[in-house]
Design a protein around this ligand. Structure first.
Ligand SMILES: *[C@@H]1O[C@H](CO)[C@@H](O)[C@H](O)[C@H]1NC(C)=O
Ligand SMILES: *[C@@H]1O[C@H](CO)[C@@H](O)[C@H](O)[C@H]1NC(C)=O
Ligand SMILES: *[C@@H]1O[C@H](CO)[C@@H](O)[C@H](O)[C@H]1NC(C)=O
Ligand SMILES: *[C@@H]1O[C@H](CO)[C@@H](O)[C@H](O)[C@H]1NC(C)=O
Length: 362
């Protein structure tokens, strides 16, 4: 026994020295590693778990926009069995699906898989931003098999949802949050662009009503906890999207205030698009008013009338909101889809579908 141990000492020694040397290189700046390389190395050096014979292998090509996700949570969190999520590119030849997040793709597509695609493998295009704010890349047509997007006509459509409760229950949020409300109108914004309608609207609105404005643009970055607290403290939240009339583009900017007990004031798609996704009495739409000043007057009057304000909470008797767990749920749903649908499938013209369809379906 003891002699065996001795034999292995030099091996350990070499390992420790080489790992140490690499750490030294990284810290001293001689070696720079990007996020995905680091993640890749981490997966390779930890013990590899072999996929079961009958499991569906989903290769996550990049951490979506740098966000890591738990690789073993599909079963526990979403009740999806039989998925083997991995970052191990050596499994490429066996992978049933490859999940590719648009924002991570280089302009020349040079960081996409280059090996021939096994006949059964599907590439999933994942993207959750509006076309107006997305780089249009050449060469993506006739490349993917499946789309994972917020649009209702995506192969895998994923978004926050209102669901009908099994039975009506009294709203608990309103009494809880009412005491905490010491601000009237709030807005948290990081991406500031003078050309966007929301900036012009904000500049006009603030002449008529006090707006508690936070976020990177206003020199006060907020973390997750502060974000939720702010939503609770404010009677109204400006759910101003960074784009106007795009196909189904309604984001967490609307769903988070609804979840944390604020009333959203929506700017983006027209009201009737919003009403496809949320009850009409759960939000205020800027176009309900002829001007920012008229909107301000309405908000000020609701501030003085609790009964009228409370009406915006009535939907809570009948519905609840199911948020989306980004990016874990996305990966698990992608695997679930690939596992269920094994037939041939090709997505033709992605540019036409995504970038050129801006006003379609409205
Ligand atoms: C996969 O195969 C194993 C071993 O045959 C079995 O125990 C397991 O239930 C199977 N899982 C699924 C999801 O079919
Ligand atoms: C968020 O920021 C506040 C104020 O700077 C700090 O007290 C709190 O610990 C932070 N919370 C998290 C989760 O980082
Ligand atoms: C996936 O799409 C590509 C490109 O259109 C196609 O060549 C391939 O056969 C498709 N694979 C499957 C399994 O549908
Ligand atoms: C996709 O459709 C656009 C028009 O929306 C067209 O300009 C482009 O050539 C098409 N791409 C291919 C590969 O056919």
């Amino acid at each position: 026994m003891s002699s065996q141990k001795t034999i292995f000492y030099p091996v350990y020694f070499v390992l420790i020295i080489s790992v140490g040397f690499n750490i030294f290189l990284v810290y001293s700046g001689y070696l720079t590693l990007d996020y995905n390389t680091l993640a890749y190395i981490t997966t390779c050096t930890t013990l590899k778990e072999k996929p079961l014979e009958n499991s569906t292998i989903l290769l996550i090509w990049f951490w979506p926009s740098g966000r890591q996700l738990g690789l073993n949570s599909c079963s526990a969190k979403f009740n999806i069995d039989g998925c083997h999520l991995t970052l191990d590119r050596e499994l490429y030849d066996d992978a049933h699906g490859v999940l590719i997040n648009h924002r991570n793709i280089k302009n020349d597509l040079s960081n996409l898989p280059t090996k021939p695609r096994p006949f059964f493998q599907k590439w999933i295009w994942m993207h959750f931003e509006s076309p107006e704010n997305t780089r249009r890349l050449d060469g993506l047509d006739n490349l993917f098999n499946v789309t994972l997007n917020y649009r209702r006509d995506a192969d895998i459509g994923l978004r926050e949802q209102f669901i009908l409760k099994n039975e009506d229950t009294e709203d608990k949020i309103f009494p809880q949050v009412l005491d905490k409300k010491d601000k009237l109108v709030c807005w948290i914004v990081s991406h500031w662009n003078e050309k966007l309608e929301r900036v012009a609207y904000f500049n006009e609105l603030k002449k008529h009503i006090d707006i508690y404005a936070l976020g990177r643009h206003f020199g006060s970055k907020v973390n997750n906890t502060q974000y939720k607290e702010t939503l609770t403290r404010c009677k109204f939240y400006l759910s101003f999207e960074n784009t106007n009339v795009h196909y189904d583009y309604i984001t967490e900017k609307l769903f988070n205030p609804l979840t944390f007990g604020s009333v959203p004031v929506a700017l983006g798609a027209p009201r009737y698009i919003y009403e496809r996704f949320v009850p009409k009495d759960s939000f205020i739409h800027v176009k309900d008013f002829s001007s920012p000043q008229k909107l301000a007057e309405h908000l000020l009057s609701l501030d003085k009338n609790v009964d009228e304000y409370k009406k915006y909470f009535q939907w809570r008797k009948h519905f609840e909101i199911k948020l989306v767990d980004y990016p874990e749920e996305h990966a698990c749903r992608a695997c679930q889809y690939i596992r269920a649908k094994k037939d041939y499938q090709a997505f033709g013209n992605l540019s036409k579908w995504y970038w050129d369809a801006i006003n379609d379906g409205i």
